[in-house]
Design a protein around this ligand. Structure first.
Ligand SMILES: NC(=O)C1=CN([C@@H]2O[C@H](COP(=O)(O)OP(=O)(O)OC[C@H]3O[C@@H](n4cnc5c(N)ncnc54)[C@H](OP(=O)(O)O)[C@@H]3O)[C@@H](O)[C@H]2O)C=CC1
Ligand SMILES: N[C@@H](CC=O)C(=O)O
Ligand code: NA
Length: 426
């Protein structure tokens, strides 16, 4: 029998608990032995819970798990940086294998955690940390191992994709849809992590380090969230043949690796444009396999628990058969991350200007001086003395756009720059 210490009995922890119960027989057959949840760490032992268990297994003392020699496997599902990080390190140090869905901790401390697991000869599995139930970590490590991965695009945050989908299809308000995503268990405890793009940045950083065999400095990943997206931008995107998605991108660039997260216009025709609600997708290109897309639910109780339980089963099987963990996936490269100012894209720009002759000419002159050429210009209906203008550029370095915007902001007749969104040619 393999005994488990489960940390956290919230959205994902309760899903793991119920799958381990519901499929106990099948799991036993596939692993080779029974799995038993020996102890469950929670914050509040008196909280009302919808699960059927003996209260004795609940604890609020981590030592009862870390110091319990009978527990072989620690499953960390409390989230956040600390104490989760400390508990993972303590478990590895005491020779326990670890399963976690904590993208923050893995992205921030990947090198240290992987190194420690290797040193101790134990497993650290984290399939649930990226794109919930979609198998993506193991495929990258194993199924695509014979490839050079050239680029990777992902919709990696369920909460923001849910919000953008509901804003697009139902014209609903941001705050109302966010509250719904929280009640469905999709959002992080601090939903700012979802909205700001940080959660997706942790995830693309984890995927990049595996795909490109490199360590990733999170501080070098450009991150922009969906806070600035307005219904107006969504409608204009639709008019222009695009949808807006919070896109995570990792690809080779002449100066290193281009890793970033931001809202992007993507063609309505691209398969990623059809990824809606809480669904996530990863679209990658390997030199041998070509284009591959994986799709499924990226957040939520049971989809995430599906990935976590599979990780538990893999670790348990290896513990039971005393197979040492052999992971030769060292980060052998130290690719530089490219500064966003050096990245080329097309841009969508929405401005409000005074309704006067010559304003557009002044704007296009500034663009011309900064080598920005325009693919389209749309002047929308006049609102009192204000005219909304929408511009789409051809491909240009971001630093040229920034210089242009600084000059455009200084024009007397420009009232405001409402939004600047990258148009990603996938
Ligand atoms: N929700 C999702 O869809 C997904 C979540 N994840 C990741 O899974 C992890 C868990 O998320 P989720 O289940 O949503 O989180 P929840 O907030 O729903 O649950 C957290 C659980 O951890 C317990 N807990 C929190 N802090 C402590 C602490 N300091 N000491 C002991 N117990 C603690 C809570 O106890 P109590 O019950 O007493 O409050 C609760 O049971 C996170 O890393 C998250 O990023 C990954 C993919 C998808
Ligand atoms: N908050 C996350 C949960 C899964 O990782 C999300 O919305 O994707
Ligand atoms: Na996953």
């Amino acid at each position: 029998m393999i005994k488990i210490g489960l940390l956290g009995l919230g959205t994902v922890g309760s899903g793991v608990f119920s799958i381990l119960e519901k499929h106990a027989e099948t799991i036993k057959r596939k692993v080779g032995t029974d799995l038993k949840i020996e102890k469950v760490l929670v914050k509040d032992k008196d909280k009302q819970r919808d699960l059927d268990f003996d209260d004795q297994i609940l604890t609020d003392d981590i030592d009862e798990i870390i110091n319990n020699k009978d527990i072989d496997l620690l499953v960390e599902l409390i989230g956040g940086e600390n104490p989760a990080y400390n508990y993972i390190i303590a478990a590895l140090n005491s020779g326990k294998s670890v399963v976690t869905a904590n993208k923050l901790v893995i992205a921030k401390y990947e090198q240290e955690i992987m190194g420690l697991a290797r040193e101790k000869g134990v497993q650290i599995n984290y399939e649930g940390s990226v794109a919930g139930g979609i198998p993506v970590i193991r495929p990258l490590k194993e199924s695509f191992a014979a490839n050079k991965i050239e680029r990777l695009y992902g919709i990696l945050n369920g909460t923001t994709n849910y919000i953008l989908t509901k804003m697009t299809n139902e014209e609903r308000e941001f705050d109302e849809v966010l509250a719904e995503a929280q009640s469905l268990g999709y959002a992080e405890r601090d939903p700012h992590s979802d909205i700001s793009g940080a959660d997706a940045a942790y995830k693309i950083s984890i995927l990049s380090s595996i795909a490109f065999e490199t360590s990733i400095d999170l501080n070098g990943v450009y991150v922009e969230g969906i806070e600035g997206i307005e219904l107006e931008d969504i409608k204009l995107a639709e008019e222009l043949g695009y949808v807006i998605k919070l896109l995570a991108i990792a690809k080779y660039h002449q100066d290193g690796l281009d890793v970033r997260v931001h809202p992007a216009f993507i063609s309505k025709e691209h398969p990623l444009a059809l990824v809606n609600d809480v669904y996530n997708a990863i679209y990658l290109h390997g030199d041998a396999v070509g284009d591959v897309m994986s799709y499924g639910q990226g957040a939520g109780r049971m989809p995430t628990a599906s990935a976590v339980v599979a990780d538990i089963m893999q670790a348990a099987r290896d513990i039971y058969y005393q197979r040492p963990e052999v992971d030769n996936l060292d980060s052998i490269y130290n690719h530089d991350l490219v500064n966003i100012s050096q990245v080329e894209n097309s841009f969508y720009l929405r401005l409000q200007v005074k309704d006067k002759p010559g304003v557009l000419a002044q704007i296009t002159k500034i663009f011309g001086e900064n080598q920005v050429s325009l693919a389209s210009v749309i002047q929308k209906h006049r609102l009192s003395e204000i005219v909304p203008i929408v511009l789409v550029t051809h491909q240009v370095k971001e630093e040229n756009i920034n210089k242009s915007l600084t000059a455009i902001k200084g024009l007397d007749d420009v009232i405001s720059i409402k939004n600047l969104i990258r148009v990603e040619e996938l």
